[in-house]
Design a protein around this ligand. Structure first.
Ligand code: GDP
Ligand code: MG
Length: 311
């Protein structure tokens, strides 16, 4: 199986400075005995999930589309580099026609069965100005599928990060307003309390997938805030991978919920006890009194009949 995984040669397409940083980060993971990372990418359709997968891999590994016709099946891309394996699972958008796409969600869950999710990239656009009910619904659907613990392994990724904020807002201020609004939706949608997640939410990172992304003097792709985003994204992924929380193993009970046949099994002894005292006992009593009557001598019965007739 391992021999079939392709070499992560896309790294060679990055600027040398980016390559050096990535090698360091992969070295750090291996030092901590993390030799494989499986990253799940989820979000609405058209936000840049597939483009982000390609940006990380450094090649056109999955199809991107400006239109929301992504199909309904996830795709896993695997690459190895110096003994380290990266698996990235690109998924179809979770929203269709204003509702959660249950077929897509179901396919994603089936696809993930018996796999371990180390990292969730929850993708949305930086240049979206509203957070609505639908955002909360997606978060709810993800939480319902994989449990609240998934948010300890999550990053919020905001694409289209090369933008000039509206109304003359400074870039950092726009970024922090957008992040705060999304993180609030995330906490509400996931039903998170402060104690549920480390650091009260997921780290938010910026991404610019466009080929027109600006570059710095060392040829690295940079954002308006000057950050070289590819190494920064991988750095935050590394931090989350090493934050001490548990990866999510997707087993049958996780995706199907507890077996309905097992539900209420604990009530069985109680029901038996109730049956014994309310049904069996009274019947026994009735039988005993019948038997007692039967045992009375027949003349006694005759006498009673006579008396009855007299009356
Ligand atoms: P998905 O449906 O979430 O997988 O989104 P895609 O990756 O297919 O992208 C949808 C469209 O947005 C495509 O036309 C991409 O070229 C474009 N796109 C994705 N990410 C970015 C980004 O960061 N910046 C810009 N300018 N366009 C992007
Ligand atoms: Mg896609």
């Amino acid at each position: 199986m391992a021999s079939q995984i392709r070499e992560w040669s896309g790294i060679n397409s990055f600027a040398p400075a980016t390559q050096t940083k990535l090698s360091e980060l992969l070295g750090k993971l291996k030092q901590e005995d993390v030799n494989t990372l499986t990253i799940l990418v989820m979000g609405k359709g058209g936000v840049g999930k597939s483009s982000t997968v390609n940006s990380i891999i450094g090649e056109r590994a999955v199809t991107i589309s400006p239109f929301q016709s992504e199909g309904t099946r996830p795709v896993m891309v695997s690459r190895t580099r110096a003994g380290f394996t990266l698996n990235i699972i690109d998924t179809p958008g979770l929203i269709e026609g204003g509702y959660i796409n249950d077929v897509a969600l179901d396919n994603i869950k089936r696809f993930l069965l018996n796999k371990t999710i180390d990292i969730l990239l929850y993708v949305d656009r930086l240049d979206a100005y509203r957070v609505d009910n639908l955002d909360r619904e997606i978060v709810k659907a993800i939480t319902g599928s994989f449990g609240k613990g998934i948010w300890n392994r999550a990053l919020v990724v905001l694409t289209h990060a090369q933008l000039s904020p509206p109304d003359g807002l400074p870039y950092e201020e726009f970024f922090s307003k957008r992040s705060d609004a999304l993180l609030k939706a995330l906490r509400l949608g996931a039903g998170l309390k402060k104690s549920d997640v480390q650091g009260y939410g997921a780290p938010v990172v910026l991404v610019e997938n466009s080929g027109r992304c600006n570059k710095n003097e060392t040829d690295e792709k940079v954002l308006p805030n000057g950050i070289a985003w590819i190494p920064h994204l991988v750095q935050v992924i590394t931090e989350v991978a090493l934050n001490g929380s548990k990866s999510i193993f997707v087993d049958k009970t996780l995706i199907e919920g507890p077996n309905p046949n097992d539900r209420g099994k604990f009530l069985i002894p109680l029901i038996l006890a109730v049956q014994y005292f309310l049904v069996i006992k009274p019947i026994e009593r009735a039988i005993r009194s019948d038997v007692a009557k039967e045992n009375r001598p027949s003349w006694e019965m005759r006498d009673t009949e006579k008396t009855n007739r007299k009356i």
